[in-house]
Ligand binder design. Structure first.
Ligand code: FE
Length: 316
C-alpha cells in the first residue's frame, strides 16, 4: 500500500514547439496526446502509463506540479487523512481533473511544490509489449530514455531565521507518506543541519530528493538509462543537438548514479541517470555526507562545485 513510484512532472514552458522537440528528439520520448491549448503529454518507450511529462504553454518557465502513483485507490483516502493530520490542506480532485487519471488528491509540500497522488492513469503499454519482448524497440530514438526516474526539488534553507524546508519536507514525506531516507547532506555546527535529503519508496537510491536553497524551487527531472555507455551516448546526442550541458558525463557520490546535467529550451534542468547504484532495502543504513565533502558527494569525479548547480533553478 502507499506510494509506489513517481508518476509524472508537469512543467509550464514558454516555447512549446521547442520544448516538444527537445523532449522527443533529444530525450527520446513520444507524444501521446495534445490538448487544443497546446498542452502536450509524453512518455518514454519503457513506460506503460500514458505520460510521465506534461508540457503546458505559458509565459514563464515554472514547475506546475509533481505527481506520484499510489498502489490502490483506497490509499488516496488513507494518505489524504494522514496529510491532513500533518496540518497540510488537501484538495480532492474527481477523475479526469488530473488528465487521463482517476480521482486524485493534491497538497503543497512544505517546500512549496504542489504534489498530486493518483492511483490510476490511462494505460498504453511499453513499446516492446509484454509478450516475448525484445530488450529495446526499433522506434528508440535520441537519448532513448527508459523512464522518468526521479525529481529533485529545492527547499528554503536559512538556519539563522530558523527556516529549514529540507528538514520540514523530509519529515513530511517520511511521516505522512512513508518515504525512507537513503542519504542525507549535513551542514553547519557539528553537521547538525539537514541540507539535503534523498528519499525512496522503492529499492532505488531515490524517488525524490530535496536540497537546500535560498528560495523554494524545482531543480531537475531525471531520466533513467542502463549504464555508463548510455550516458556517454546521451552526451553525443546532446552535443549533436547543441543542447546546453551543465555537467559532463560524470558520477555522483550520492546515489552512485552516472550522470549528465543539461538544460531544456526553457532553462529547466534535465538529468540522465545511469545505473541503479545500489539496492535501497528498507533496513539499509542511512548514508551521511558532510558539508566539507559535499562537492565530492554531488560531483564525485571532478570533486569541484559547479556554481550553476546551486544558482540556476526553476520557479514553483
Ligand atoms: Fe538527480
Amino acid at each position: 500500500m502507499g506510494v509506489t513510484r513517481i508518476g509524472h512532472v508537469a512543467l509550464r514552458v514558454m516555447d512549446i514547439a521547442a520544448s516538444v522537440n527537445h523532449y522527443t528528439k533529444v530525450v527520446g520520448m513520444d507524444v501521446t496526446h495534445r490538448d487544443s491549448d497546446g498542452t502536450t503529454y509524453l512518455k518514454c518507450w519503457d513506460e506503460w502509463d500514458k505520460y510521465s511529462v506534461v508540457l503546458k504553454p505559458s509565459d514563464r518557465a515554472q514547475l506546475d506540479h509533481i505527481a506520484y502513483k499510489v498502489e490502490n485507490d483506497a490509499d488516496l483516502d488513507v494518505l489524504g487523512k494522514r496529510v491532513a493530520d500533518a496540518g497540510v490542506a488537501v484538495s480532492k480532485h474527481a477523475a479526469g481533473e488530473l488528465t487521463f487519471c482517476g480521482r486524485s488528491i493534491s497538497f503543497m509540500l512544505p517546500s512549496g511544490q504542489r504534489m498530486y497522488l493518483f492511483a490510476q492513469k490511462d494505460f498504453l503499454g511499453k513499446d516492446v509489449g509484454v509478450m516475448n519482448p525484445d530488450p529495446w524497440p526499433d522506434s528508440r530514438h535520441g537519448i532513448g530514455a527508459h523512464w522518468l526516474d526521479h525529481c529533485l526539488i529545492l527547499g528554503e534553507l536559512n538556519p539563522e531565521k530558523g527556516i529549514n524546508r529540507v528538514a520540514d519536507c523530509h519529515d513530511f514525506l517520511k511521516g505522512a507518506l512513508d518515504f525512507r531516507l537513503t542519504e542525507q547532506g549535513m551542514v553547519g555546527p557539528n553537521h547538525s543541519v539537514m541540507a539535503a535529503a534523498f528519499l525512496t519508496r522503492t529499492v532505488k537510491p531515490h524517488d525524490i530528493a530535496i536540497v537546500g536553497a535560498p528560495t523554494n524551487g524545482f531543480h531537475h527531472l531525471s531520466f533513467f538509462l542502463d549504464g555508463w555507455h548510455d550516458i556517454l551516448h546521451a552526451g553525443d546526442i546532446l552535443s549533436k543537438n547543441r543542447v546546453k550541458i551543465e555537467l559532463l558525463p560524470s558520477r555522483h557520490g550520492i546515489t552512485r548514479g552516472e550522470t549528465i546535467y543539461f538544460f531544456d529550451p526553457n532553462g529547466i534542468r534535465n538529468e540522465t541517470f545511469g545505473g541503479l547504484g545500489y539496492a535501497a532495502h528498507p533496513d539499509m543504513p542511512v548514508i551521511t555526507w558532510v558539508e566539507e565533502e559535499m562537492a565530492r558527494g554531488i560531483f564525485y569525479t571532478a570533486r569541484e562545485w559547479v556554481d550553476s548547480f546551486s544558482s540556476a533553478y526553476t520557479a514553483v
